[in-house]
Ligand binder design. Structure first.
Ligand code: GLY
Length: 418
């Protein structure tokens, strides 16, 4: 059973559905997803953050294993509740999901154990000393809400805030709502993501992905959950990848392990490179969205078999096979996203899937014969190709045939370094 109903979960379920193993697939989603619905024996709309509901559902349907997609159920301890009731889970326990849900937890861990790539930072739960601390950074600071904020909790000076007083008012807003925040040194460089599959004892990293977070072409406009992603990212060599694993990811997981709890699931490292030096922007305790769509399009190994092996802590010696081709995903969104947008528009051109291009649903619903837009991010069209240009062409050929009132998408996914 998969928890979650976005394009990431659609990609996960699509990969599971291709497995050679006999299986029944279930999904609990927060809303409709006609793409997932088609692939599952049972699709239920329900509150996957409610442990009683999820555990009872799992028992009732004799679920053997649950893959948790989004961060909220992980933060809510759904993995713990399922494990207690005897269900295998891919997704870390609440205490380790803090690597995403508490920025202070993660920065303290990096600092305490001298793991490279962390910034100069300080955590605050009131305004005492904030102004002075910001003053020390000149213009190069970042403010991070210390909790989950759906991508809206990070304010970078020069991008989202343009004066110290903007920064101070963001901090005051957080405090007035009873929250806390960190002020960090700002890193400069190029961002990329490195996701790993962990079974508590063994770690397998996946190919590097780059996503585009800004809403509009040329990396301008507001930050979003991600407007597209591609893999592999030519920027990062396999040697560098191995170095990051050795110097940063393995030590981080080793420190988590000292808490005597196995980290079983996906670990997403948001990284930045500048002059071959690697910095850690953040960790997420799950697969990325839209990064998962191109990554799983490239995975040749049986994903369900990998999950079963991870559940038994048997990833050691397992080789994950990857398609040598590039994969590139384009997110199609509703006009106005990531701010206010309207939904309910009929979508046309959805029959363009072929051998090399798949259409993953994020925010759609079915009404009679029609598929309607039903969210901010609506679809993620992902193409494979022998090089980045062919993957680009394949993804955009299908994207350009899909339309609804107010649809928009970036036209430059994968063009960052060209
Ligand atoms: N694409 C960024 C994330 O999944 O957090």
């Amino acid at each position: 059973m998969v928890l979650g109903s976005g394009a990431r979960e659609h990609a996960i379920i699509k990969s599971l559905s291709k497995s050679k193993y006999e299986k029944k697939l279930f999904c609990i989603g927060s809303g409709h997803n006609p793409g997932i619905y088609k692939l599952c024996q049972h699709y239920t709309i329900g509150d996957y953050n409610d442990s009683n509901f999820v555990v009872n559902y799992a028992k009732e349907h004799n679920i053997k294993m649950v893959i948790i997609g989004p961060e909220n159920p992980l933060e809510m301890g759904i993995a713990d509740a399922l494990l207690t009731s005897g269900v295998e889970v891919i997704g870390p326990r609440k205490e380790l999901a803090m690597i995403e849900s508490s920025k202070t937890f993660t920065r303290d861990l990096q600092k305490e154990f001298h793991i490279p790539g962390g910034p100069k930072y300080c955590s605050f739960s009131n305004m005492n000393g904030v102004e002075d601390y910001i003053g020390d950074f000149g213009d190069d600071f970042v403010i991070k809400y210390d909790g989950l904020a759906g991508g809206k909790g990070v304010k970078v000076f020069g991008e989202h805030i343009h004066s110290k007083s903007d920064g101070l008012s963001f901090c005051k807003d957080i405090i007035s709502e009873g929250g806390s925040f960190l002020i960090e040194e700002k890193f400069i460089g190029e961002e990329f993501s490195l996701m790993s599959f962990c079974d508590g004892k063994n770690i397998k990293h996946m190919p590097v992905v780059q996503d585009h977070k800004r809403a509009f072409d040329g990396d301008v406009g507001p930050n979003t959950g991600g407007m597209g992603a591609y893999s592999p990212a030519p920027l990062i060599t396999e040697e560098l990848n191995e170095e990051i694993m050795k110097d940063i990811i393995h030590p981080t997981l080793a420190e988590l392990k000292r808490r005597n709890i196995d980290y079983k699931g996906f670990l997403y490292a948001g990284l930045m490179i500048n002059e071959q030096k690697i910095k850690v922007l953040e960790y997420n305790c799950r697969f990325g969205d839209p990064e998962t769509q191109p990554i799983l399009m490239r995975m040749k190994s049986d994903f369900l078999s990998l999950c079963l092996k991870a559940a038994k802590q048997e990833l050691k010696g397992v080789q994950i096979d990857w398609d040598d081709r590039f994969a590139l995903g384009v997110v199609m969104a509703s006009k106005g996203y990531p701010e206010k947008y309207e939904t309910g528009f009929p979508i046309s051109g959805l029959n363009g899937e072929n051998e090399t291009t798949k259409v993953f649903h994020c925010g759609t619903k079915i009404e009679g014969e029609k598929i309607l837009s039903n969210g901010g991010r609506v679809l993620c069209v992902t193409g494979l190709g022998g090089n980045l240009d062919t993957a680009f062409k394949n993804a955009y050929e299908t994207t350009s045939k899909i339309s609804w009132d107010g649809a928009f998408y970036r036209k430059d996914i994968g063009k960052r370094n060209q």
